[in-house]
Design a protein around this ligand. Structure first.
Ligand code: NAP
Length: 258
């Protein structure tokens, strides 16, 4: 993997746990200074102690627009070369039953925060003539929908669509800046506990997922699907009617309720 030049900075949201934490460790291992963003300060402090390069901690609740803007303001004078939008969460349950407040908070973190930070960093990266954005979506975002996780699937579809459109704009402008969407299947993190899922398919380790994600981001790949059974499922979903895919997803999500 290509090493960072001295003083190059990577900002990672969702760095207190799971995929974001591992992406931060991988970026540190290839020489980036890191800015770790999440709400749980104790977790970020523990992670910062493992870093070989300079680390800054920003405690922020990204469900609030002003907090997203503060994160950008705190780092915008630094030599940021990588922005990773990884903070996010899901919720399992029927659409009519899940609490509206929880879903709106999900939309704030999974969609609005990603939108705001992508816009702010993209502008900076275009001005400086370099930079890579990695938006952590999900293979869920490439499916026609996700019964019993309807809002979560919809938020990730937004991230995939937004990322692909921006990537096409950058390509047509011949910009050196790149934007990628990471679309993993199941990864063994705290995600299922937070989502209230009673069942989890055995997934990739967060480290495997993070290594692949960083490698492909540095190559400028737009849609990144780490190899797993879900990659095959995504390919298969292109060739079967949406109704069949939705029924298979529905059966899988139903297990999470039991
Ligand atoms: N695990 C999977 O199977 C899987 C598969 C595909 C995609 N993903 C995506 O991967 C990303 C990371 O999830 P994960 O699996 O690593 O789960 P995780 O271990 O639960 O990590 C979620 C991260 O998001 C942060 N976060 C949540 N709400 C936040 C808020 N309001 N403000 C700031 N940070 C917030 C959490 O930090 P604090 O709680 O400390 O704030 C935590 O660092 C998510 O976007 C998820 O949708 C996960």
């Amino acid at each position: 993997m290509k090493r960072a030049n001295s003083g190059e900075v990577a900002v990672i949201t969702g760095a207190s746990s799971g995929i974001g934490r591992e992406i931060a460790l991988v970026l540190d291992s290839v020489g980036y200074d890191t800015v770790l963003v999440a709400r749980r300060m104790d977790r970020l402090l523990a992670l910062s102690e493992r870093m070989k390069n300079n680390t800054t901690i920003i405690c922020a609740d990204l469900s609030e627009q002003s907090e997203c803007e503060r994160v950008f303001e705190e780092v915008c004078d630094e030599n940021v070369q990588i922005m990773v939008n990884c903070a996010g969460f899901g919720a399992v349950g029927s659409f009519s039953e899940l609490p509206l407040e929880r879903e709106l908070q999900m939309i704030d973190v999974n969609v609005k925060a990603v939108h705001i930070l992508t816009k702010l960093f993209l502008k900076k990266f275009k001005e400086q003539g370099s930079g890579r954005i990695l938006n952590v979506a999900s293979v869920a975002g490439l499916m026609p929908g996700g019964p019993l996780m309807a809002t979560y699937y919809a938020t990730k579809a937004y991230v995939c669509s937004l990322t692909e459109s921006i990537a096409a704009e950058l390509k047509s402008e011949k910009s050196p800046v790149t934007v990628s969407a990471l679309c993993p299947g199941p990864v063994d993190t705290e995600f299922c506990d937070v989502a209230g899922a009673g069942f989890a398919m055995k997934g990739l380790t967060p480290k495997e997922c993070a290594m692949y994600a960083v490698m492909e981001t540095l190559k400028g790949k737009t849609i990144i699907i780490p190899p797993s059974v879900m990659k095959a499922a995504r390919t298969a979903s292109r060739f079967v009617p949406s109704a069949v895919t939705l029924s298979v997803i529905s059966k899988y999500q139903n297990k999470k309720l039991n």
